[in-house]
Design a protein around this ligand. Structure first.
Ligand code: 6PG
Length: 503
């Protein structure tokens, strides 16, 4: 059988993408360094395949992979970011890849690596990238895809990508879900749109992950306030989250938090969450987002704080030691009615913090686009995040609408819809932060979001004093509010008369 697509890397994501391609009518020649994984993918396809003809062919070498493929070849990679991508690219060159062949990197590669790779391999083949979001289920039944690189390659990949991507009901903006093998959704807006030149797609996926970190941390802080501050059980927190999930906080991450909180894996009442060690892992994309924000001068404190929160969680022994030495407040006795008021305020705090996290992510993409000369379509990016990806949420429709109203929107915080939402909820947000602080529960992402909000809405920041300090110790000069921009001033601090001079 001559196959439509070559596929390399049959881990969890790879295997599910292969089955998704097969469901959508594409035959796949699949290769992995582990023959067990190849056999596993073929066995899974045999179980699910109702078409009567084979859909996935296993290959035992790169050479065999080429012999099984239609030319020009389209090869999808699902291998870990970093050195493995280059290793596969070099092996494909060794096996005779042609300049018109396309290799699609679907991993979470660092975006600058993708830019370099596209140049490095341009005489050998076309390196295209398309980060995939949605985890195992997304890969199987419809992920969000962020393709970028050669526009010519995109014309070849587009029909395949639009077929396998998650779909959204154009009328409601809600996901049209596939849940069973063999199911396909014919209509609906595909969550796959061309992002831009090499690197742009991986940058956008990186920011998606930075927002994912922030979104997760905000939910976890709310859980912590409800659990440690107000004494609710995981079941009760799940009930609260379930109610919240019926409103503007409706999201995949809220939904799975309910599932995790309700799960009791043993035949007793111990909830899973109490069995899980409180040390967060990270593969690096949140850190990369925070670094990129610092590099392009984008304020993204909620995202950075979410990375720091994971770091502080890893110091378990220190935290346990400090917990017996450092004082916190005595918890107040609260009536059920008072607790309910805390819960309501917390809801609004999460909502506002979430708006800030997305505002930071979108501003970061906008500043990066200017810096790296990409033309990004933010309404399209918000659209493809409405389904399939980890941060999918009802809220993405409001962001889509904001960029549809103004494609040049500098920051979501000044969009009319979000202005109204923030103005309506900011007092509760402040009070919720005061509540948590007085309960001694750390809420770094929620409170740094409020500081971000207050900084953005602050017409005069104390950066005037800061500039004075810099001028004092280092003659770093400053601009004046009453002089044209760019004119530099300095005070001769060490002279007797401390004269203010223009430079
Ligand atoms: C996605 C996820 C995916 C992965 C994260 C996990 O969009 O499908 O973001 O890419 O699960 O990279 O990241 P951490 O291990 O750093 O939490």
């Amino acid at each position: 059988m001559t196959c439509d697509i070559g596929f390399i890397g049959l881990g969890v994501m790879g295997k599910n993408l292969v089955l998704n391609l097969a469901d959508n009518g594409y035959t796949v020649a699949a290769f992995d360094l582990s023959t067990d994984k190849v056999e596993d993918a073929i066995a899974q396809d045999a179980l699910e395949n109702k078409s009567g003809s084979p859909r996935v062919v296993g290959c035992s070498s790169y050479t065999e992979l080429f012999s099984r493929l239609k030319a020009p070849h389209t090869i999808v990679l699902s291998v870990p970011a970093g050195a493995p991508v280059d290793h596969v690219c070099e092996s494909l060159i060794g096996a005779g890849i042609q300049p018109d062949d396309i290799v699609i990197d679907t991993g979470n590669s660092l975006w600058v690596d993708t830019v370099e790779r596209e140049k490095k391999y341009k005489n050998n083949f076309i390196l295209f990238s398309s980060a995939v979001s949605g985890g195992e289920t997304g890969a199987r039944f419809g992920p969000a895809l962020m393709p970028s690189g050669s526009p010519y390659a995109w014309t070849r990949i587009k029909p395949i990508w639009e077929a396998i991507a998650a779909k959204v009901d154009p009328a409601t903006g809600k996901p049209l879900e596939r849940t069973k093998p063999g199911e396909i959704v014919e209509n609906g807006d595909p969550c796959a749109a061309y992002i831009g030149p090499a690197g742009a797609g991986h940058f956008v996926k990186m920011v998606h992950n930075g927002i994912e970190y922030a979104d997760m941390q905000i939910i976890c802080e709310a859980y912590h306030v409800l659990r440690a501050g107000l004494g609710y059980s995981p079941e009760q927190v799940a009930d609260i989250f379930e109610k919240w999930n019926a409103g503007p906080l409706d999201s995949y991450l809220m939904e799975i938090s309910v599932e995790v909180l309700r799960h009791k894996p043993n035949n007793d009442d111990t909830p899973l969450v109490d069995l899980i060690l409180d040390k967060a892992g990270q593969k690096g994309t949140g850190l990369w987002t925070a670094i990129s924000a610092l590099e392009v001068g984008c304020p993204a404190p909620t995202i950075a704080q979410a990375v720091f929160a994971r770091s502080i969680s890893s110091f378990k022994a220190l935290r346990v030691k400090a917990s017996t030495r450092l004082a916190g407040p005595t918890l107040p006795e609260l009536s059920e009615q008072e607790k309910q008021a805390y819960v309501d305020r917390l809801h609004d705090a999460i909502y506002c913090s979430k708006i800030c996290a997305y505002a930071q992510g979108f501003q970061l993409m906008s500043l990066a686009a200017k810096e790296y000369k990409w033309t990004l379509n933010f309404a399209n990016i918000a659209k493809i995040w409405r389904a399939g990806c980890i941060i999918r949420a009802i809220f993405l429709q409001s962001i889509t609408d904001a960029f549809d109203r103004d494609s040049e929107l500098e920051n979501l915080l000044v969009d009319e819809f979000f202005v109204e939402q923030l103005n309506k909820h900011q007092l509760n947000w402040r009070q919720a932060i005061a509540d948590a602080t007085l309960l001694g529960v750390p809420i770094g992402a929620i409170s740094s979001s409020l500081s971000y909000y207050d900084s953005v809405r602050c017409g005069v920041l104390p950066a005037n004093l800061l500039q004075g300090q810099r001028d004092f110790f280092g003659a770093h000069t400053f601009e004046r509010v009453d002089a044209p921009a760019g004119k530099k001033f300095h005070v001769e601090w060490s002279s007797e008369d401390r004269k203010l001079i223009q430079l």
